[in-house]
Design a protein around this ligand. Structure first.
Ligand code: 5GP
Ligand code: MN
Length: 346
């Protein structure tokens, strides 16, 4: 991952520090980001399982917002808590899959008051926080980063299932451009632990409840094309959410379906959390950098998948983002023309 001698040495030193800190700690806390997704849940449960199996004598606690039912078959899913179980501060605390401390939301103070903090992530927008950091933007997922840090010989089948699941989710089942040879090789090592990949993929990625399919259908039917079909958006209102009796996680997959619409460069899904407050999910195809746009609204993510929370009218939000997409596309076109001109004249 990190190339060059210096980088390697630094990484091996940091890995040694990681092991030292784990051995030193009597109490260890783990958290991931708000609205936990597959990679967040997989990395948190994977690390929790690994540490529990390796160090049964330590107090290890996992704090995450409630996870969707489809993940409840994973080992130790029932151990996830929301209320602090320890009096005082943790000796060691892990932040997983979070690009900034704010993403830990209600668990941020658990992390910040800990004696030693470790940040493990793969967002290139990561702000760089914690006493020890393993931030690898070239990794497909936080689960892939973890596979580089853990002793893979000591990863059990239960831990492997979590890590494989996280990789599957952040790569869209090994489909997104973040899938590298290393991702595949890592997944191969996890497969050899005896996990059932088809069960993990179907149960957690593809399977939909009836109502999830209904809201997907509705979002697609009500989607609108803008900018000559280069932008597509759909809005799920608070009323829709209440009507169908669903939550955020039930909207998984809608944005991916919008993105694969022919001709689209950028897909947007607005989900009204409270009146006038929208969670915006953005996905890009070849040209657009959605992390830049999300960043303008105080959010973040990756070049091709990013998000933010925006206050205002859905129409204004869509128009503002569409304008930014248009500006990016104009700039790309101009740069392409300049490079043709330079080539002709060289
Ligand atoms: P999603 O659209 O699936 O919620 O998120 C796509 C990507 O953007 C994920 O990597 C997620 O962590 C990141 N992301 C989503 N919302 C936010 C946000 O409000 N702030 C930041 N920093 N990242 C976000
Ligand atoms: Mn991730």
């Amino acid at each position: 991952m990190i190339t060059g001698q210096k980088g390697n040495r630094m990484l091996s030193e940091r890995k040694a520090e990681l092991v030292k800190q784990i051995k030193r700690a009597h109490t260890i806390g783990i958290s991931g980001h708000t609205n936990p997704d597959g990679d967040c849940i997989g990395s948190c449960l994977g690390l929790y399982t690994y540490l529990k199996e390796m160090y049964p004598e330590k107090q290890i606690d996992l704090y995450l917002e409630p996870i969707p039912d489809k993940f409840s078959f994973l080992k130790y899913a029932e151990d996830i808590c929301q209320e602090k179980t320890l009096d005082g501060a943790y000796d060691l605390y892990f932040s997983l899959d979070c690009s900034e401390p704010d993403r830990l939301d209600r668990f941020r103070s658990f992390f910040e008051e800990a004696e030693y903090q470790i940040c493990i992530d793969h967002h290139f927008t990561n702000t760089g926080f914690g006493d020890l950091r393993f931030i690898f933007p070239e990794a497909s997922s936080t689960c892939e980063v973890l596979c580089d840090l853990l002793d893979m010989d000591r990863v059990s089948m239960d831990c492997a299932r979590d890590l494989y699941m996280g990789i599957v989710h952040d790569t869209g089942v090994f489909k997104h451009t973040n899938t590298t040879r290393k991702t595949m090789e890592t997944a191969g090592i996890l497969l050899e632990k005896g996990i059932h990949s088809e069960e993990i993929i179907d149960r957690t990625f593809f399977r939909k409840t009836y109502v999830q399919n209904q809201i997907l259908g509705r979002a697609l039917m009500q989607s609108i094309l803008l900018l000559d079909g280069k932008v597509i958006f759909s809005v799920i209102s608070k009323k829709d959410i209440e009507f169908y009796g669903i939550e955020s996680a039930d909207l998984d997959g809608i944005i991916d379906q919008l993105r694969v619409t022919e001709g689209v460069e950028c897909a947007l899904l607005l989900h009204e959390k409270e009146e006038g407050v929208y969670k915006v999910s953005m996905r890009a195809n070849d040209l657009v950098d959605v992390s830049e746009i999300a960043g303008m609204f105080g959010g973040g993510g990756h070049i091709k998948a990013a998000g933010c929370t925006v206050h205002g009218e859905s129409r204004d939000i869509v128009m503002n983002i569409t304008h930014m997409v248009e500006q990016q596309l104009i700039k790309i076109k101009e740069e392409a023309q300049e490079s043709v001109y330079d080539k002709r004249n060289s």
